[in-house]
Design a protein around this ligand. Structure first.
Ligand code: URA
Length: 239
């Protein structure tokens, strides 16, 4: 990759600004000052520094966000704040997008990346990646609901869902449940409960495939995936 492209990709300014940095002699490749913007860099081998600081090249970014209510799982919107607005400029520079959608009023685990192939694979219906949700549900959730979810329920558009694994944590006027589903139809969890005559009043996604929400992440914040988390995800994506 060209040196100026690499530096621009890593957020050191536009190609033009990067040229200025090169002109000033701020950039070294393998300890040698370099002014040639077109120099080919082997991103695996060459060591690039700017003012003595190592530039570690990466193409992709993988973020886990604890999505709060009130923001859209979208990259831009004319009216509402989006999850991208919650990212700092360094992360935004990679142009990540949310992998799948959570409703505006849903909280919890959201993966953001610019790795289109990984996102595509994780969302593929063929993969059936499980997603687990915690919810408060108006109405007494019963064992009969557990059985109905296990068989799949018919949504308002006559779609028969795949089986869902429903676990009752508290059966009361406002019940608490966990539900694992392997598909992602529009408003699926809410509509599954409507199908059994109940209403979700609070929804939080706890996990997606092998990754669980880091409970140390405050609402609205995010962090990069650990190497271990990323490997689990890549394994799932590639199989
Ligand atoms: N199901 C829903 O109804 N809403 C979400 O945000 C996610 C799953």
């Amino acid at each position: 990759m060209r040196l100026d492209k690499l530096l621009a990709n890593m957020g050191f300014g536009s190609r033009k600004e990067v040229k200025q940095l090169l002109k000033k002699g701020a950039v070294r490749v393998n300890a040698e000052a370099v002014k040639d913007a077109a120099l080919h860099i082997d991103t695996e081998r060459d060591e690039v520094t700017i003012l003595g600081e190592r530039v570690v090249y990466k193409e992709f970014i993988y973020l886990m966000m604890h999505k709060p209510q009130g923001v859209l799982s979208a990259t831009e919107d004319n009216r509402d704040r989006t999850v991208i607005d919650l990212l700092d400029a360094d992360s935004q520079h990679f142009e990540p997008f949310p992998v799948g959608r959570l409703d505006k009023d849903t909280e919890g685990f959201l993966l953001l990346t610019n790795d289109g192939k990984l996102a595509h694979n994780l969302l593929s219906p063929k993969k059936g990646v499980p997603k687990t949700y915690y919810a408060h549900v108006e109405g007494i959730v019963t064992e009969e609901d557990v059985e109905r979810f296990a068989e799949g329920v018919i949504l308002d558009d006559a779609y028969l869902t795949k089986p869902g694994k429903l676990r009752i944590l508290k059966s009361a006027d406002v019940s608490e449940i966990e539900l694992t589903i392997t598909e992602g139809k529009f408003h699926q969890v809410k509509r599954m409960f409507v199908a059994v005559g109940k209403q979700v009043v609070y929804l939080k996604r706890l996990s997606m495939g092998p990754l669980s929400l880091d409970e140390n992440l405050p609402l609205g914040s995010y962090r990069e995936l650990t190497e271990e988390e990323l490997n689990l995800l890549l394994q799932l994506s590639n199989n």
